[in-house]
Design a protein around this ligand. Structure first.
Ligand code: SAM
Length: 259
């Protein structure tokens, strides 16, 4: 841990500023209202433009990534693999329905479709959802991808997943989103978020001193207890958990089952 911390800090302090949750300083919701731009609008615009170009490369085999982006790719791949391992450990998923909210370019939905799951995946960004659909089609997979804010997603699914999306929203909004995700799930919800620990909060503060040159979105850490309480309130209990931390990527992963 000490060694890792040293690397993260030295990287941050030497001006490498693409530390994933340190997009730019977070501001209170009231001041967001004053600017007239809410998180959702900002996130949608970002992932339809500059964010799409950036994350489409990170979530691919592209060589056009710097060392920080490569590190984030490695961390994200680990999170995805942990979910796929859980699914595999549970036996055959073929024929089961999975709703992936905030699917990005399909990093989770596509391998799940390959495993035979019935995929309904959506993203607030047209560009991300279209790229996911393009990738799936290229691989000859049947999976539904469409553009939607996760709060507008409806239906019932065996599993609902939402990976690395909560980082874009303040905690009260995130808790509401968790409630909605749970309302869609018959059996389980798998969600990841950047945990608010003293250590990550400190790193975030340091990172905010070195804002990167490119446009990003605000980033929010969440107390795990709040996420667990939101799941519990919706009738779900955490069954499995994982933590992934590389130098520039950290993500807490919870699988919750309907009680
Ligand atoms: C960091 S990316 C993660 C993508 C994907 N879940 C993955 O792990 O590969 C965050 C994604 O969440 C999407 N997103 C953010 N807010 C959303 C919302 N309210 N509803 C649906 N998608 C959202 C963004 O457009 C973006 O594609």
């Amino acid at each position: 841990m000490k060694f890792t911390s040293t690397i993260i800090l030295s990287s941050l302090l030497s001006g490498v500023s693409a530390f994933v949750p340190v997009a730019r300083p977070t501001v209170a919701t009231s001041s967001l209202a004053a600017t007239g731009v809410d998180d959702k609008t900002e996130v949608r615009e970002y992932f339809n433009t500059e964010g799409f170009n950036r994350w489409n490369k990170i979530y691919s085999d592209s060589d056009e990534v710097n060392s920080v982006q490569l590190d984030i790719r490695t961390g994200h791949d680990q999170t995805i693999q942990k979910i796929l391992n859980w699914v595999q450990d549970d036996g055959d998923i073929s024929g089961k329905s999975v709703c992936d909210c905030g699917c990005g370019v399909g990093s989770l939905a596509i391998p799940l479709a390959q495993m035979g799951a019935k995929i309904s995946a959506s993203d607030i960004s047209d560009s991300m959802a279209n790229e996911a659909a393009r990738r799936a089609k290229e691989m000859g997979l049947e999976a539904k991808f469409y553009t939607s804010d996760l709060e507008s997603v409806s239906g019932k699914y065996d599993t609902v997943t939402c990976v690395d999306v909560a980082i874009h929203y303040p905690t009260d909004k995130m808790a509401e989103m968790v409630g909605h995700l749970c309302s869609l799930a018959e059996d389980r919800v798998i969600i990841s978020f950047a945990p608010k620990t003293w250590y990550y909060s400190f790193l975030k503060k340091v990172g905010e001193l070195f804002p990167g040159p490119s446009k990003t979105t605000r980033a929010y850490l969440h107390e795990e207890e709040v996420v667990r309480n939101a799941l519990k309130k919706a009738g779900f209990e955490v069954a499995r958990e994982e933590m992934t931390g590389t130098n520039f990527y950290f993500s807490r992963l919870l699988e919750a089952k309907r009680v």
